[in-house]
Design a binder for this molecule. Sequence first.
Ligand code: COA
Length: 202
Amino acid sequence: MPAPAAIPVHRLGPRHAPAVARHLLRLDAEDRRLRFGRPMGDEALRAYAAGIDFERDRLFGIFGAESELAGVAHLAMDDATGQAELGLSVDAAHRGRGYGSALLRRAVLHAANRGYRALYMHCLADNAAMLHLARKAGLRTVVSAGEADAWLALDRARHGGALREALEDQFALIDHLLRQQHAWFSCLPRPDQAAANRASVS
Ligand SMILES: CC(C)(COP(=O)(O)OP(=O)(O)OC[C@H]1O[C@@H](n2cnc3c(N)ncnc32)[C@H](O)[C@@H]1OP(=O)(O)O)[C@@H](O)C(=O)NCCC(=O)NCCS
């Protein structure tokens, strides 16, 4: 697995469900088909986002400049089998910057640390970008009858690392604080504007 990229990947919680929905709604019809394996209308996407079980599953996200979700990974956890299924998507405008790889890597790290045996992805056989991404990350891919499965047998020593995951979460927290600070400062009037305001009331 390649070294962690300098892309902060956040854990998402129930409060992010509306932002997850907005991210999915920005995908065009073809991307929705590639992400879910079938056509998905707006209502179906809203229902999917509203129905995410944040207690059981893990959601990871990457925020864009406007603090909207530019990429989302849904890691469906199955404690009974020790297998986790990953689905991910990245806004068209943010592709090719390593966001998809960063989300995949983050999901592998989390599943391995949870002691899971395998991570898999199910996608359509014509999803060349996803198959490329999966193979690059070391997943074994099997393509048949228009569908593809990508598998990674997880080894905690090789794919996991509690310290690594803690550092990734710290990195995401710093990113969050910087975004908050930026939003706060951008609400303040500029010094010249503040002076003009003071002059107009005196
Ligand atoms: C698949 C997807 C998540 C990739 O996101 P991304 O942020 O662009 O991913 P990255 O930037 O990390 O990597 C993309 C890689 O795919 C390659 N790629 C892009 N289009 C490709 C194509 N048509 N054929 C082969 N490789 C392709 C890029 O060159 C890049 O490879 P590199 O890093 O070796 O140069 C994004 O395209 C997407 O959201 N697609 C729609 C939803 C989907 O298909 N989800 C997957 C099913 S669960």
